[in-house]
Design a protein. Structure first.
Length: 328
């Protein structure tokens, strides 16, 4: 896969998203934000209970990052889709963004999303001057991509670098921003809705083998629970025998064929103008048609803005809905 695709995928799905939930009650294990993959794996059970959120002007997130504000932030610039996801869950909209996830009908929809200013420079190189032109109270980005902006933003605004490694981290960030904005009731409701979806999905676990692949051309990648937030959900809702092979490793079509994949989810990543679906490009390989999911019409092209980039409770809830429907 081209280096650009690899880099985009790293920021789009950096995380480990283990464990889903079943049932409720204090007896259920619920690895908190920052929990390692093993602690949140297929055997873990997660409570549907939601702890109260208290409003605060200072928080320390799951990664140890401290955010201190003099008042609840109203103007928030989002440099990562997780930020947009959280704001929508809290009933807010970003002052500016560089994500396209807001256009999804379950977020703002195309018409409303078009009214949100876009930060020039794209995800990888957002322009500092353009960010500061919005006079934001808070700027939220991805630590390993936007951390380099911190010195330029210091003194003019507060920068909060996120680095989600699990669905628990995503919930933790939701709770933290709910506390900072004072939208505690909205945060609690969003968390409860997501946890309930997870519980339902776990209880309906399928015995089918699932797979998520991504890319822009025939050199595709496999999304694994160790490196992808959405993929981390799948061990709890299906048979998902895919493990990370590091940044430069992946799986061949021959290996995929040998695993008898029943349902195949495809994320087409576009760089510039769309140039066709990844599944159509892979269809040129004669091995493609032999995969059970292909033969049985169970290849599903999904929205990469939601599946690869969203990573918040709203995005992951949509992933669960779409995945469980396809895995029935």
């Amino acid at each position: 896969m081209p280096r650009t695709a690899l880099r985009v995928r790293r920021w789009a799905a950096i995380a480990v998203l283990g464990g889903l939930l079943a049932g409720c009650g204090t007896e259920n294990a619920d690895p908190g934000p920052g929990a390692p993959a093993a602690a949140a794996g297929a055997g873990a059970r997660t409570s549907t209970e939601v702890r109260p959120i208290e409003a605060a002007t200072r928080i320390t997130d799951a990664k140890g990052v401290q955010v201190s504000l003099s008042k609840p932030p109203e103007k928030i610039v989002c440099l990562v889709a997780l930020c947009d996801d959280i704001l929508v869950e809290l009933g807010m909209t970003p002052t500016a963004t560089n994500s396209q996830v807001l256009a999804h009908p379950e977020f703002l929809g195309k018409e409303k999303a078009a009214k949100i200013p876009v930060v020039p420079g794209g995800f990888l190189s957002p322009e500092v001057e353009a960010i500061l032109a919005h006079k934001p109270d808070l700027v939220i980005g991805l630590e390993d991509t936007h951390g380099k902006l911190a010195p330029a933003l210091k003194g003019a605004t507060t920068f909060w670098p996120l680095q989600p490694g699990s669905w628990q981290d995503s919930v933790g960030y939701l709770r933290d921003l709910a506390a900072l904005t004072g939208r505690t009731a909205q945060g609690e409701k969003a968390e409860e809705t997501f946890r309930t979806r997870l519980a339902d999905a776990e209880q309906q676990k399928s015995d089918k083998t699932a797979l998520i692949i991504y890319g822009s051309d025939e050199n595709f990648g496999v999304a694994t629970p160790e490196t992808d937030v959405a993929a981390g959900l799948f061990p709890k809702i299906s048979h998902y025998p895919w493990k990370s092979r590091g940044v430069d490793g992946s799986y061949s079509l021959e290996e995929i064929l040998a695993r008898d994949v029943d349902v195949l989810f495809v994320e087409t990543l576009s760089f510039g103008a769309p140039d066709g679906k990844l599944s159509d490009k892979l269809a040129k390989n004669p091995l493609w048609s032999r995969i059970p999911a292909v033969k049985n019409g169970k290849v599903i092209e999904v929205d990469s803005e939601v599946w690869a980039k969203g990573r918040g409770t709203r995005s992951l809830g949509l992933v669960l809905d779409e995945a469980t429907a396809a895995l029935r």
